[in-house]
Design a protein around this ligand. Structure first.
Ligand SMILES: Cc1cc2nc3c(=O)[nH]c(=O)nc-3n(C[C@H](O)[C@H](O)[C@H](O)COP(=O)(O)OP(=O)(O)OC[C@H]3O[C@@H](n4cnc5c(N)ncnc54)[C@H](O)[C@@H]3O)c2cc1C
Length: 393
């Protein structure tokens, strides 16, 4: 639908040639970098986004689910998303409960094309993209920062290069130390999977510290799990459990996704001189749920506004201002530590369905809005396609 890396790619000059000057160079053409680039360009800044990938939609590492807040902030093309009404949470013993909150929803996404669309939007706003261009080194001066091997210079360099940021490493900024590790496969559409729900599986043996999931996505089904760092999530064992539990037949694997999810909350030291970090590189990810897209889109955009204010109105350094505005995730970090202990499955089974557990689940998936939600329970095979009258809107 959107061209693969065909738009707005600038020619990178060889070392020693005249440097092309920009207000911003952003390393990383994903959610954080592209949101930042688009707003910066709209605010009149000259922007170049560099990414080592040749196509922003290749090698996607995320499930790509958007929460309602993110969906409402950006007008994503409807063809690239699929509405999901609520969450069906399964206990290890097969019992399940449906969690719905009136008016709340999630969007599954065609993530590769969503990223291509975000890139096209940034280019349309005036940003330039340099794909197939890895960041390796930089030279800092008082008034600018140079990337000589790319033939570029800028007033501000933004590292939006993900969980294991090379920009953070190069400039000695804080780096994520705690992670969840996530693995996922793409299967064809599963007619037997209830498409109204994000299916989440509690299992401390298969997914210690996190959960497994099945997402009825855009033309595909995404099945995966994550676990605390240091453990190896057994995707095949999880797939087997998922199919057996829901009575689904085996399907060929179309593609795989995997990646590290920062789980140590927002980092402290995320800027110095003319360099700053955003997105996963800065730890802008909920350490509890691992959800980062909403924050990275929001704070990416906000960074562009703060940078424009810094350049044009003499406001404070955008790194300082962002550090104040970014969430600290203190409570979620404590809950992450508790979940990392991976309560045995019998504890999940015992707690499941109790009012405090239901309230806790609603709160995690729907935040404050969870209080007005609706929960319904079931067991085993009922978890396959059930009647639409379960939906509460
Ligand atoms: C398995 C998994 C599932 C997830 N599911 C969800 C979910 O459903 N919903 C949700 O909200 N969050 C989810 N997350 C988290 C979410 O994906 C991230 O928070 C989000 O992608 C962060 O965006 P970002 O732009 O900061 O970094 P990234 O998306 O990691 O992008 C970094 C970019 O930088 C580029 N790059 C890296 N190094 C260099 C270099 N040296 N030079 C040039 N370019 C470079 C990369 O190619 C990449 O394009 C998931 C994460 C994982 C791993």
């Amino acid at each position: 639908m959107w061209p693969r890396g065909a738009f707005g790619i600038i020619a990178i000059s060889a070392e020693g040639a005249n440097l092309r000057k920009f207000d911003l160079i952003i390393v990383g053409a994903s959610f954080a970098g592209l949101a930042c680039a688009r707003t910066a360009a709209l605010r009149g800044l000259s922007v170049c986004v560099v990414d080592r990938k040749r196509d922003v939609g290749e090698g996607v590492r995320t499930t790509g689910i958007l929460v309602k807040e993110a969906a409402e902030e950006t007008d994503f093309p409807a063809a690239l998303t699929r509405l999901i009404r609520g969450v069906r949470l399964y206990a290890p013993n097969g019992k399940y409960a449906d969690h719905l909150v009136p008016g709340y929803y999630f969007l599954a996404t065609d993530t590769p094309n969503l990223l291509r669309w975000l890139a096209a939007e940034a280019v349309r706003a005036g940003a330039e993209l340099a794909l197939g261009t890895p960041f390796k080194s930089a030279v800092t001066h008082d008034d600018c920062i140079e990337l000589p091997n790319l033939g570029l210079s800028a007033k501000l360099l933004i590292g939006a290069d993900g969980a294991t940021s090379g920009v953070a490493r190069y400039f000695g900024l804080d780096r994520n130390q705690r992670f969840l590790i996530g693995v996922e496969v793409e299967l064809g559409s599963e007619p037997g999977l209830d498409g109204r729900f994000l299916h989440c599986f509690l299992d401390s043996v298969l997914a210690p510290g996190y959960i497994g999931w099945a997402v009825p996505g855009v033309g595909i089904t995404q099945v995966g799990l994550a676990a605390r760092h240091g453990t190896k999530p057994d995707l095949m064992a999880f797939l087997h459990m998922y199919r057996t539990r829901l009575g689904l037949r085996e399907r060929p694997i179309l593609a795989r996704r995997r990646g590290l999810i920062p789980a140590g909350a927002t980092l402290r030291n995320t800027h110095c001189g003319r360099v700053m970090l955003i997105g996963d590189a800065a730890g802008h990810v909920s350490p509890l749920t691992g959800g980062g897209i909403a924050q990275t889109l929001r704070l990416g955009r906000r960074t562009a506004q703060l940078a424009a204010d810094w350049f044009h109105a003499g406001a404070e350094h955008p790194g300082l201002a962002l550090a104040r505005e970014a969430p600290k995730f203190t409570g979620k970090l404590w809950l992450r530590r508790a979940l990392d202990l991976a309560p045995p499955n019998w504890v999940w089974n015992l707690a499941f369905g109790t009012p405090p557990f239901r309230a806790f689940t609603q709160r995690i998936y729907f935040h404050k809005r969870g209080a007005g939600g609706d929960t319904r329970s079931g067991k085993g095979d009922d978890a396959r396609q059930s009647q639409p009258d379960h939906i509460q809107t």
